[in-house]
Design a binder for this molecule. Structure first.
Ligand code: FAD
Length: 310
């Protein structure tokens, strides 16, 4: 599939129905989050910021659907699921489409990809944070009792057309504007897709990422966000820890303040595009701060992941 076809697919919206995907690779992104690489033969492409829906079906016919942001920009895909410590619903044990590797005795740092699976097929990557007691995230982030390489899953997407950043966007509201990304917890996933899309496009648009996370252990994409890659010039990253900070941190633990957001974001008179993503209360507080700092509502784009968290 060409890049043009992928991008066109992304622009015409989601696929009409559910597609069968296969987990072809997976690794721990943090002690409680796992990145999953899904092969989706009919994937039409996507833009940075879009998400997909995952549907699980239990043996008794019970179904559960959840949304997960795609962690990579246009073309390549990424999805992340955040793990929780709770138990997943018993019964999601779909038979592997091909012979799945045996379960490891302990959680592996990275599953071995099944070499029998094709690499020519479009892939999307998501990162899932395990939510305590979470039905779907508990299953998706458990590589032993739950979702293993070689297993199938139904997906639908891409979904979403507002919470996107496209380096080729010609809309004067977005084109060439500085970008402020504000992430709470796993809300960093679609924002990471935007960072990756900027890098892939060799864009010079100035980006600032403010990433609020509970503890150092909860950080996602640590290596990529700590060591700038070629093409990341013009990307500034600030990490704020809310519950426990590293010993060498410049600030102690605490929630993101309006002064910090103003200092590490952009002045409103530069008319940046602001993308805010994370748990619902986080998004609402940050969006309110941005409004009070003079950012126009139409320049603040938000994505709410869930009902709780900080
Ligand atoms: C557009 C969109 C994109 C998303 N992208 C991602 C992503 O990239 N990575 C990711 O890990 N999650 C993402 N989510 C959240 C995801 O869809 C699920 O809500 C999450 O995985 C929890 O599902 P669950 O079945 O494990 O928990 P459930 O069984 O539904 O809930 C278990 C308990 O956790 C609480 N809860 C549910 N969801 C959350 C949450 N998000 N945060 C905190 N508490 C919660 C519930 O109130 C309940 O008490 C996204 C959500 C949306 C709407």
């Amino acid at each position: 599939m060409t890049e043009t076809a992928l991008r066109l697919g992304a622009r015409v919206g989601p696929l009409p129905g559910w597609q069968l995907a296969t987990l072809v690779d997976a690794w721990d992104e943090s002690p409680s989050a796992r990145t999953l690489v899904l092969e989706v033969p009919t994937w039409p492409g996507h833009l940075a910021g879009q998400h997909l829906d995952v549907r699980l079906t239990a043996e008794d016919g019970y179904r559960a659907e959840r949304s997960y942001s795609i962690g990579a920009g246009a073309g390549a895909g990424i999805a992340t699921v955040v793990e929780g410590s709770g138990s997943s619903r018993a019964g999601y044990h779909p038979a592997p489409r091909s012979s799945a590797p045996p379960a490891s005795p302990a959680t592996p740092a990275r599953d071995d990809p099944d070499p029998a699976l094709s690499t020519d097929v479009p892939r999307v990557e998501i990162t899932v944070q395990r939510v305590p007691g979470g039905e779907v995230s508990g299953y998706l982030t458990d590589p032993v009792e739950g979702f293993r390489v070689g297993y199938p899953v139904e997906v639908r997407g891409p979904v979403g057309g507002w919470f996107v950043w496209d380096p080729d966007d010609t809309d004067p509201m977005v084109a060439g504007r500085p970008v402020l990304l504000v992430a709470g917890g796993s809300g960093v996933v679609p924002l990471m897709a935007m960072v990756r899309a900027r890098r892939a496009a060799r864009s010079r648009v100035p980006f600032r990422l403010v990433y609020s996370v509970r503890t150092p252990d909860d950080r996602l994409y640590v290596d990529e966000l700590t060591r700038p890659r070629a093409g990341d010039q013009g990307l500034d990253i600030t990490v704020v820890h809310t519950r426990a900070a590293p010993l060498d941190a410049r600030r102690g633990p605490g929630r993101l303040t309006p002064a910090e957001l103003a200092a590490h974001g952009w002045p409103a008179d530069l008319e940046p595009v602001c993308y805010v993503c994370g748990p619902t209360p986080f998004v609402e507080v940050v969006a309110r701060m941005l409004l009070l700092q003079g950012h126009a509502p139409e320049r603040i784009r938000t994505e709410r992941f869930g009902p709780a968290g900080d």
